[in-house]
Write a protein that binds this ligand. Sequence first.
Ligand SMILES: Nc1ncnc2c1ncn2[C@@H]1O[C@H](COP(=O)(O)OP(=O)(O)O)[C@@H](O)[C@H]1O
Ligand SMILES: [Mg+2]
Length: 142
Amino acid sequence: MKSGWTGGMTNSTETTVKLGEDFAKFIEVGDVFAFIGELASGKTTFIKGILKGLDFEKSVTSPTFTLVNEYDAKYPVIHIDCYREEDLERWLKLGINDYLSDDNIVFIEWADKMKPLLPENTFHINFSHKSSNSREIILSNS
Ligand SMILES: Nc1ncnc2c1ncn2[C@@H]1O[C@H](COP(=O)(O)OP(=O)(O)O)[C@@H](O)[C@H]1O
Ligand SMILES: [Mg+2]
């Protein structure tokens, strides 16, 4: 990831999409992002914006049940959701290490549930639900 992005505060769904779109400019192939934050804190909305910024025009939904989505965007993007699957053995069987390839950009919602499987250089983005429409989205060290 290129340096210079620290995060932001948003006050609508649309501004979170926009923040994601801007964030996309800082992403480099091989980056892995852990998105941490409670339900409805804006993780999927932010990822929708990133995909927009990476020229992906089709719809983006959280892979809550399918666990992994693959998008053929400007670069290959893998979108993972751990909410319903905390079993690390199952993630290994699903091929998590293949998804975490240097050729991909990887976004992981609820990544705290698979912490032991994450590469050391994973970027952590924390989401906080501040009030009904405001969300704080910040890059953190862990
Ligand atoms: N500032 C905001 N940023 C993101 N989502 C917001 C915001 N304000 C309201 N919302 C709403 O909150 C919900 C966020 O859902 P989502 O992005 O799916 O969260 P998560 O993936 O963290 O569960 C959506 O219904 C969205 O429209
Ligand atoms: Mg989600």
